[in-house]
Design a protein around this ligand. Structure first.
Ligand SMILES: *[C@@H]1O[C@H](CO)[C@@H](O)[C@H](O)[C@H]1NC(C)=O
Ligand SMILES: *[C@@H]1O[C@H](CO)[C@@H](O)[C@H](O)[C@H]1NC(C)=O
Ligand SMILES: *[C@@H]1O[C@H](CO)[C@@H](O)[C@H](O)[C@H]1NC(C)=O
Ligand SMILES: *[C@@H]1O[C@H](CO)[C@@H](O)[C@H](O)[C@H]1NC(C)=O
Ligand SMILES: *[C@@H]1O[C@H](CO)[C@@H](O)[C@H](O)[C@H]1NC(C)=O
Ligand SMILES: *[C@@H]1O[C@H](CO)[C@@H](O)[C@H](O)[C@H]1NC(C)=O
Ligand SMILES: *[C@@H]1O[C@H](CO)[C@@H](O)[C@H](O)[C@H]1NC(C)=O
Ligand SMILES: *[C@@H]1O[C@H](CO)[C@@H](O)[C@H](O)[C@H]1NC(C)=O
Ligand SMILES: *[C@@H]1O[C@H](CO)[C@@H](O)[C@H](O)[C@H]1NC(C)=O
Ligand SMILES: *[C@@H]1O[C@H](CO)[C@@H](O)[C@H](O)[C@H]1NC(C)=O
Length: 574
């Protein structure tokens, strides 16, 4: 007894399981259509499934029977018949125009029965086309994306070996469009992939396979009307501005910090951060303004901006990052503020020009103050330069001057015998040999001159304009000229002093002309007043400039003071 009860229990639980499975995975489907429509092209085979059965059939605990409308005799199950039922499907191999009409499937389970009519319409191709416009499948793809066109409803048309059928494709009933490199045959899927879809890809795509049944071949075709939907050009946000760039801005000047993005996503708005904090915590005067504008093609531009009224030093220290969160990640771009670089080229040009000006200025100043500078240098520096090697000469200058004749105005005697020694000897400490003062009476003039010149570092020649008034050195002769030659040969520097402006050197000896031309002459502009005795007058400075620097003597400024003249204002010239 126990055994039978356990067997009963098992049977009950098995039955309950079956009921449960039937309820959960119900093959009974009322369907959305009260009378479902089916289409087929004339001459092509078709297989019709009962709309209240969903395939694959898990449970065959029912009997499905097809009836022609109104008929009590079921459609034959004879496989060779043009219309027959097999495996729950109603087959037309092939369909003819007369097959259009209502059919009924009857599903029986135990004592439960369910009937469902269907309406089959057999179409002819439209004129000149390989399809009928009323029986097209609609498919949609998005532009710029990769789209897929599927050849639908082929699941019952495997050949006897259950191979995937070979699908041929036509666009507007013409083959060959697959040569476009964007198009790919998706083998095994009865589909075409279209990469970078464009609007031109829309149209009528017909696919056709050959179905072999009972040794006969039939065409099975489907036509897909492809629609191309414009998709937003991009959905991922992209920065319009900034592009990780720098802005040159002066300290203290204002700048508007703007960041904007374009995206296909409304409400996606960027925000600023600096130094890992919000800009308003970085500086409380930085107040962000957010905005969003719709754009055609579904693209939106949104942005944020804030004003820096005065750029501060800290603003140069950090990058300002603009963030936008997309797909759970942050996309960033930044602006860096920088101080404007100094205009190096300008500085270089300016510097070069000022350098040239400076050089010219220095040369100019040197030319003007050359004499003063040299004299100052001799005065201030000479004592520190140490002693020079003696050149073996006794006199600093040999003075040559024309002796006055009674009738003449020019006082070359006074100049040479009085003023010259006063200034150069007494004030400046030079040692002069003045012909007519230092020569011993009775000495042979020429030999004395020759010897004394050799012992002198300079030769000072005092000139007067009127040769008729003076014979320039009455003792002159060819020997005198020879002396000139000698001094030129020996390289002794000659200082010409004109007591008056000499217009014409024509009457002068050649050697004088030569010296005048080469070194010029110093003109005496003074009278014989006290002023003329000042060693710091322009004239005497020039003379001193041409004189050698003094040796072994104290260069005290006191030397510059006239000793014989007590008026202090004399010294203060210049
Ligand atoms: C289906 O039909 C067969 C024979 O016509 C019958 O034996 C069987 O019980 C039926 N099954 C159902 C579930 O009605
Ligand atoms: C289907 O059958 C009903 C009655 O059974 C009939 O009135 C109707 O005309 C039939 N329709 C077709 C298309 O055969
Ligand atoms: C069959 O139908 C009868 C009456 O319609 C019902 O009483 C009975 O329970 C049904 N049996 C099954 C197994 O559904
Ligand atoms: C069946 O379909 C055809 C074409 O679509 C239509 O003209 C006809 O009225 C339909 N018949 C029924 C009963 O719905
Ligand atoms: C699709 O477009 C992208 C970007 O415009 C391009 O790089 C790619 O080569 C295109 N692919 C084909 C198959 O044309
Ligand atoms: C698709 O076919 C229809 C006729 O069914 C025709 O009117 C239409 O122009 C075709 N589409 C294209 C893109 O050629
Ligand atoms: C299939 O269709 C093509 C093109 O219309 C035709 O050439 C061919 O003969 C057809 N094949 C059959 C078996 O009807
Ligand atoms: C984006 O920001 C930049 C920089 O401020 C601005 O020049 C540009 O006009 C903005 N673009 C749009 C579409 O608002
Ligand atoms: C920023 O400055 C501009 C003028 O430069 C002004 O029009 C704008 O309102 C200011 N924005 C803010 C947020 O202060
Ligand atoms: C800008 O910089 C950010 C972060 O430094 C980086 O992720 C982004 O790719 C850069 N963008 C460009 C256009 O270089």
């Amino acid at each position: 007894m126990e055994k039978t009860s356990s067997l009963q229990q098992k049977m009950i639980s098995a039955f309950l399981l079956i009921v449960y499975l039937i309820l959960v995975t119900s093959p009974f489907n009322a369907g959305e259509c009260s009378i479902c429509d089916y289409y087929v092209l004339v001459g092509e085979p078709t297989a019709i499934s009962c709309p209240i059965i969903t395939f694959p059939v898990l449970h065959s605990d029912y009997n499905l029977t097809w009836y022609k409308n109104g008929s009590v005799t079921p459609v034959t199950t004879e496989k060779h018949a043009r219309i027959h039922q097999r495996d729950g499907l109603l087959w037309f191999i092939p369909a003819t125009l007369e097959d259009s009409g209502l059919y009924e499937c009857d599903v029986r389970r135990l004592n439960h029965s369910n009937k469902k009519p269907i309406n089959l319409t057999v179409f002819k191709n439209d004129n000149g086309l390989c399809f009928n416009g009323q029986m097209k499948f609609e498919q949609k793809v998005m532009s710029t994306n990769t789209g897929k066109i599927i050849c639908p409803d082929l699941e019952y048309f495997r050949d006897e070996d259950n191979n995937e059928p070979e699908v041929r494709w036509y666009k507007e009933c013409k083959p060959g469009f697959l040569e476009d490199k964007r198009l790919l045959l998706a083998e095994g899927e009865n589909a075409i992939l279209i990469r970078n879809v464009t609007v031109q890809d829309k149209g009528n795509y017909t696919c056709r396979i050959v179905y072999t049944y009972m040794g006969k071949q039939y065409n099975v075709s489907r036509t897909v009307s492809l629609e191309v939907k414009e998709s937003p050009l991009q959905t991922r946000p992209e920065f319009i501005y900034p592009q990780n760039n720098t802005i040159e801005v002066d300290l203290g000047s204002p700048v508007v910090m703007e960041c904007n993005i374009s995206s296909g996503i409304p409400g996606l708005i960027p925000f600023w951060k600096v130094n890992d904090e919000d800009v308003d915590s970085f500086d409380s005067t930085y107040k962000e303004q957010f905005y969003e504008e719709g754009m055609p093609h579904g693209l939106a531009v949104s942005g944020t901006k804030f004003n820096i009224s005065e750029v501060k030093v800290k603003d140069y220290a950090h990058k300002f990052f603009c963030h936008v969160v997309y797909d759970y990640q942050q996309i960033t771009a930044y602006i860096k503020l920088e101080r404007p670089a100094p205009n190096i080229q300008g500085y270089l040009i300016g510097g070069g020009v000022s350098l040239v000006f400076l050089v010219f200025f220095i040369l100019f100043v040197y030319n003007i103050f050359k004499i003063d500078i040299v004299l100052w240098y001799r005065n201030s520096c000479h004592p520190f330069l140490g002693k020079k090697v003696s050149d073996g000469k006794i006199y600093d200058a040999y003075v040559l001057y024309p002796k006055n004749r009674v009738s003449c105005l020019y006082s070359s005697d006074i100049f040479a015998m009085k003023i010259l020694p006063e200034v150069l000897e007494r004030q400046c400490g030079y040692n002069l040999f003045i012909f007519g003062r230092d020569d011993l009476p009775g000495e042979a003039v020429i030999s004395t001159a020759d010897e004394k010149i050799r012992q002198s570092r300079r030769v000072i020649i005092v000139l007067v304009p009127e040769p008729s008034c003076y014979s320039i050195l009455e003792d002159v002769s060819e020997k005198q000229l020879a002396m000139y030659n000698a001094l030129i040969r020996e390289g002794i520097k000659v200082i010409l002093i004109e007591l008056e402006k000499i217009q014409d050197y024509a009457n002068m000896p050649e050697s004088i002309k030569y010296i005048k031309q080469k070194h010029g002459a110093i003109r005496w502009k003074g009278d014989f007043s006290e002023k003329s005795y000042s060693a710091s007058s322009r004239f005497w400075k020039k003379v001193r400039y041409h004189m050698p620097s003094r040796k072994n003597r104290s260069s005290s400024g006191l030397h510059l003071l006239p000793k014989d003249f007590n008026s202090p204002q004399i010294t203060s010239e210049k």
